[in-house]
Design a binder for this molecule. Structure first.
Ligand SMILES: *Cc1c(COP(=O)(O)O)cnc(C)c1O
Length: 363
């Protein structure tokens, strides 16, 4: 059977070098070879997040990274305001509630970005201890105005957690300049590597708040312990636990590739891929899920407008075009399909067969 190419919003297609790095090492999670890769990856993640602060690489996933961030910032009984732009706000809600916090969801108008004025008025109405939102809402393809939203929260003195699990590596992030307290990600989406790692970037401004926290932090999930371990043994045992060694090497290689390409070039390539796909979809009469100006450079949601079921398109593309895309989420499951253009798939050449496949299906 021909290999199916992934245009799903995670895990994404990864380069041959990244794949080779995953399986190329039988090494340990201790010693100089691993330590160099681990420490280099944490350093190379800093400009991608846009921080001079600490970045934790932990075994796991984006959900775990988010939960660690919540545990770092929110005490039991405190309230987190989650800007609800889709599926992943409900995932975050589980972490908030599971950590003993109270989650308040503020609905974001479908198809539009979260509104800073709406956030400002919500913050004026009740005591909020943490503001959470996605950089990119992967379930719809929305790119949120992180800077404007974070500014409103900062003015109100409330820390900000930004979930950039799929955004990071596809869209610029300047978390320090934007005033984001903690930003999270995972290895398998916009960064163009394989699954297996959660990433937690902590601004310097976050540490006093983390120190004040009173509720239990867990052992593994206590971000301070990861930082202390890195500082104590950077050359020998930089991580708190056994790591998926090959997965760290794969991320290291993906980040080195990113560095070689240059971040600005990479973001421009993703922007171009997004514009190319969106134009093509509108060209065949399909409507996009997100309004112009707020479409994510890494994933696009397209409406079926009742003309077909998205699961039929997904199945057709796998069977006849060896292409895997994704359907929608929740109530809109059949009314939306999503195409990821992340990593190596963020270029016109990679997207042409997807566009041709969608056209063939519509015919
Ligand atoms: C994928 C995703 C997650 C969950 O990440 P996992 O690695 O699957 O745990 C969380 N938030 C967003 C925005 C995502 O795209």
């Amino acid at each position: 059977m021909a290999r199916i190419r992934n245009f799903t919003p995670g895990p994404v297609e990864v380069s041959e070098k990244v794949l080779a790095a995953q399986y190329g090492s039988q090494g340990l999670h201790v010693g100089p070879e691993f330590s160099q890769a681990y420490v280099r990856a944490t350093r190379n993640l800093q400009p991608v997040f846009g921080t001079d602060g600490y970045v934790a690489i932990v075994p796991g996933c984006g959900t775990l990274a988010n939960e660690m961030a919540v545990r770092a910032l929110l005490d039991e009984g405190q309230t987190a305001l989650i800007l609800d732009a889709g599926y992943f706000s409900n995932v975050l809600r589980k972490s908030v509630e599971g950590c003993g916090g109270i989650a308040v969801l503020l609905p974001v108008e479908p198809g539009r970005p979260a509104d800073p004025d709406q956030l400002r008025s919500a913050l004026g109405q009740q005591q909020i201890d943490l503001v959470c939102f996605t950089h990119v809402e992967t379930s719809t393809g929305l790119l949120n105005p992180v800077e404007a939203l974070a500014k409103v929260a900062s003015e109100a003195g409330v820390p900000v957690l930004v979930d950039s699990v799929s955004g990071l590596g596809t869209a610029a992030s300047h978390m320090d300049d934007w005033g984001v307290t903690i930003m999270t990600s995972g290895s398998q989406k916009g960064l163009g590597s394989v699954p297996g790692l959660g990433l937690v970037a902590v601004s310097d401004a976050a540490w006093p708040r983390i120190a004040q926290k009173k509720s239990p932090r867990g052992g593994f999930t206590d971000i301070r312990r990861w930082k202390e371990q890195l500082e104590a043994a950077p050359d020998w045992h930089p991580s708190l636990t056994t790591m998926p060694v090959g997965v760290v090497h794969a991320l290291d290689v993906a980040l080195l590739e990113m560095q070689t390409e240059g971040l600005e070039t990479r973001y421009a390539r993703h922007e171009d891929a997004r514009a190319f796909l969106c134009d093509a979809m509108e060209g065949v009469g399909l409507e996009l899920q997100i309004e112009e100006g707020s479409r994510s450079p890494g994933v696009t949601g397209v409406k079926t407008s009742g003309a077909f079921r998205s699961s039929d398109l997904v199945r057709y593309l796998i069977e006849y075009h060896q292409i895997r895309i994704a359907g929608g989420f929740g109530a809109n499951k059949e009314e939306v399909f999503r195409v990821a253009h992340m990593g190596d798939n963020a270029c016109r050449a990679a997207l042409r067969p997807v566009i041709a496949g969608v056209k063939a299906f519509l015919d």
